[in-house]
Ligand binder design. Structure first.
Ligand SMILES: [Fe+2]
Length: 289
């Protein structure tokens, strides 16, 4: 049964807004010690390893963040977040991390880990732009899957509400791929196998089940808005078997257990707007409303 340790949004660098970036080295020491004790099959970093400032500083911060993973013996899989891509290319991140950062699948004990490394660079005036090649690659993986899939990305695609989120309540379009996340969910809806999606980016813990499929987001290692004034110090363990078990450690804890098989069942398609549904209009007419 695959066991994974996951960390996200380390934001190594200066403190900014509610991010305690300066606490990242100390908190990553704790995470590395945790990984040594858990001996997971893999360690996954969901991106935003740094808070960006300029190309030279970002290169230094990215190297320092990469070095924080050095004490971890388990295989490491990294994903780039939007802050990793402001001043640094994917190739620079690859060189710093010593691994390819293209899309990737990894088979472990009957599960396929899907590293969906879609573009996370924020385009001026457009926000996060989902490339067609990212969507079609995922569609191919889902179509060919013969066993359960665990998908990992920086940006969530669940479409979950942002009420109360420090960054995104008033900036919901920046929390996902605006106008494209629904197309990703349409691809996922074609899955005939169990599936769970794990993302970072939104700096809070959530579980959103859409069309039968669970989407998790993990709190940032250094975020304080839910645990002010201390950083959440969050990292998670994901156990993949007949049950999907998700435990978030740190000040902002969470434990979720779901049956993997339940994620194969598709839900009844949502109603249209009541006023657009002819049967509901007939009821209302009959009732004189
Ligand atoms: Fe972030």
């Amino acid at each position: 049964m695959p066991r994974l340790c996951i960390v996200t949004d380390i934001h190594h660098g200066p403190d900014t807004f509610t991010k305690k970036g300066a606490a990242a080295p100390r908190l990553m020491e704790g995470f590395a010690g945790f990984c040594r004790a858990e001996a997971p099959d893999a360690v996954i970093d969901l991106g935003d390893r740094i808070s960006d400032s300029d190309p030279e500083t970002d290169r230094r911060l990215a190297r320092e963040a990469a070095a924080m993973f050095a004490p971890i013996a388990a295989p490491r899989l990294h994903v780039c977040g939007n802050h990793d891509r402001v001043h640094l290319s994917v190739e620079e991140n690859e060189e710093i991390l010593g691994q390819s950062l293209g899309h990737q699948t990894v088979d472990i004990d009957g599960w396929t880990l899907v590293l969906w490394r879609a573009e996370t660079r924020i385009a001026r005036g457009l926000g996060l732009v989902l490339r067609e090649c990212d969507l079609t690659w995922l569609a191919g993986v889902v179509a060919r899957a013969e066993g359960p899939l665990a998908v990992f990305s920086h940006v969530p695609v669940s479409g979950h509400g942002q009420a109360g989120n420090y960054y995104f309540q008033h900036n919901p379009d920046a929390s996902t791929y605006p106008n494209a996340a629904d197309r990703v969910r349409a691809v996922l809806a074609t899955a005939r196998v169990p599936l769970v999606w794990v993302a970072g980016h939104v700096h809070w813990n959530t579980l959103t089940v859409v069309n039968g499929q669970p989407h998790l987001t993990l709190q940032s290692l250094t975020e304080t808005f839910t645990t002010h004034p201390e950083p959440a110090g969050s990292y998670a363990v994901l156990d993949l078997g007949a049950d999907i078990a998700w435990t978030v450690h740190g000040r902002d804890g969470l434990h979720v257990r779901l049956r993997a098989a339940d994620s194969v069942a598709r839900w009844v398609a949502p109603l249209p707007r009541f006023e657009d549904h002819p049967e509901i209009r007939l009821w209302r007419q009959a009732a004189g409303r």
